[in-house]
Design a binder for this molecule. Structure first.
Ligand code: BMA
Length: 316
């Protein structure tokens, strides 16, 4: 039996962003990437239009909580002539890469062959350079480490095996962000009744801590009538990010409130954006709630790390 820990507190003003806030008609706003840009928090939101196709649009706020300003036009859209993304672009994770003086956006491009991983680069969230598809279908939930390890960029991603239907986390390496090495296994779904037994996928860009790479992931449990998406955390070895050092046994956030329980897809918390404020040590985790809105939960980074380090070492 494990103690349940309440490390994350939901923002009282949740949901932070909804379709009603958008400057043009849309169905839903969810699964946002997040970045600190100058004094502002930028969310790159997945917006599903009223055809059912998703694009990515920027919202900005001075405190990351209130007074969001939403761009009148998307930053990244589908291309109806491109079979890799003619069904839209989804679920961005945003990574600050100091070496490039830019942010790398890893997102799902969706087309008739299935979801695949695409990368784009931006210096200001006004213009983007597209690097294109880097992982073929079916693959998604890509998240880039903020710096090279042993001279190589590291991208977590989640290929799905048609044969076994397994959906686990792997990583690939690259020197130029374009050609990537054969995937190496990182972390597997648990089994049986566990909350993360069916599918897992990495969430926001990792934070580098003295104890390892701190990463949030989502885990899925299939029930008879629904699937439940919840949130866990792992610490990965700084020098060898295929090694999981700590993994939370229990979920740290699961659907509980009405906006998480009821929506286009019920019972979903899907974490895609995280920022750390070094002054307050606050971690702000932005997530999609029930595939309909954007919500926020915050925690104290030191408390999260203390909790993780109190867990058994996964390597022993
Ligand atoms: C996943 C992704 C997410 C979505 C989630 C719950 O597979 O498609 O975009 O939020 O399912 O529907």
């Amino acid at each position: 039996m494990h103690d349940d820990v309440e490390l994350f507190r939901r923002e009282p003003a949740n949901p932070l962003l909804t379709a009603g806030d958008w400057p043009y008609p849309v169905n839903s706003v969810f699964n946002p990437g997040a970045a600190l840009v100058g004094d502002e928090t930028v969310l790159l939101c997945r917006v599903e239009d009223r055809r059912g196709i998703s694009h990515l649009t920027v919202a900005r706020s001075a405190d990351g909580r209130t007074d969001w300003r939403i761009d009148p036009k998307p930053l990244i859209t589908d291309d109806p002539t491109d079979p890799s993304n003619c069904w839209g672009v989804e679920d961005p994770r945003v990574t600050r890469v100091d070496e490039l003086d830019a942010w790398v956006i890893a997102y799902t491009a969706y087309g008739p062959s299935g979801p695949c991983v695409a990368l784009s680069v931006t210096q200001d969230f006004n213009q983007v350079d597209h690097l294109g598809i880097v992982m073929p279908p079916e693959d998604k939930n890509a998240s880039l480490l903020p710096r090279r390890v042993d001279g190589q960029f590291v991208l977590f991603h989640r290929p799905v095996s048609i044969l076994s239907a397994r959906a686990d986390v792997w990583l690939s390496r690259s020197t130029d962000l374009r050609s990537w090495t054969t995937p190496e296994p990182v972390m597997q779904s648990r089994s049986g009744p566990w909350w993360d037994a069916c599918r897992i996928g990495m969430g926001p860009s990792a934070l580098e801590t003295p104890h390892g790479w701190l990463m949030v992931y989502h885990g899925v449990k299939h029930m008879v009538a629904t699937s439940i998406y919840r949130v866990g955390i792992v610490l990965l070895d700084l020098d060898d990010p295929t090694k999981v050092i700590r993994r939370t046994p229990s979920w740290l956030l699961g659907p509980d409130t009405e906006y998480e329980r009821v929506g286009d897809v019920p019972n979903v918390i899907f974490p895609t954006g995280m920022v750390h404020d070094p002054r307050s040590d606050e971690l702000r985790l932005y997530y999609g709630a029930a595939d309909l809105t954007v919500a926020l939960a915050s925690a104290n980074m030191s408390e999260v790390l203390d909790y993780l380090m109190s867990l058994p070492d996964e390597l022993e």
